[in-house]
Ligand binder design. Structure first.
Ligand code: SF4
Length: 181
């Protein structure tokens, strides 16, 4: 897995939420289908801005880093004219993870020699938006995070539970805590 796997924005996002979640996801353990939070997020995506699919483009990006790591990203709503990625989220509780997901997309654009892209995090339920840009230190940080993710995923040991407030809305909650209830 260490040599052949492809990293995506989901890996970057989960790294900033919980290393256990990242490890479970990367090892093929999926529980999104049983999660109300995930279903709610999908519905929000489909209903918040009904005209959006006509206005913006869906785009798939990929790149290979200097040391051979394959990267990919699927962006649902990209405004090619204004060079803005629109990312809709349900809640800002894990905003740091959302921000790094968007920064990763911007970096992927740069690896494809498309510069000047910015991101817009949109929270329709909160009626708020947050502009996201990529800095020089962010570029270095993302490369470091990718190395850390590869190391984490090369391990046979599932990281420990984090016992955090966010566990309640995680799709792996039952898996992590079912024996404790
Ligand atoms: S329930 Fe909590 S500990 Fe388990 S994977 Fe999710 S965030 Fe991590």
């Amino acid at each position: 897995m260490f040599l052949t796997m492809q990293l995506t924005a989901t890996h970057i996002n989960y790294y900033h939420i919980c290393h256990r979640k990242l490890w479970l996801f990367a090892n093929g353990i999926r529980m999104e289908q049983t999660s109300n939070t995930v279903a709610d997020g999908k519905l929000l995506h489909e209903t918040s801005y009904p005209q959006r699919a006509e206005k913006y483009t869906e785009i798939d990006l990929s790149a290979t880093t200097a040391n051979g790591t394959q990267l990919a990203g699927k962006i649902d709503f990209y405004d090619a004219k204004e060079k803005v990625i629109h990312e809709i989220k349900r809640s800002d509780k894990i905003e740091t993870a959302h921000e790094w997901q968007l920064k990763y997309y911007i970096w992927l654009f740069e690896l494809n020699e498309i510069y000047g892209v910015v991101g817009k995090l949109e929270y329709p339920k909160l009626k708020s938006t947050n502009k996201v840009a990529l800095t020089e230190s962010d570029r270095l940080y993302i490369q470091l995070v990718i190395q850390k993710i590869l190391l984490l995923l090369a391990s046979d040991t599932c990281p420990a539970k984090i016992n955090s407030k966010i566990c309640k809305s995680c799709s792996y909650y039952d898996l992590c805590y079912i024996d404790e209830v």
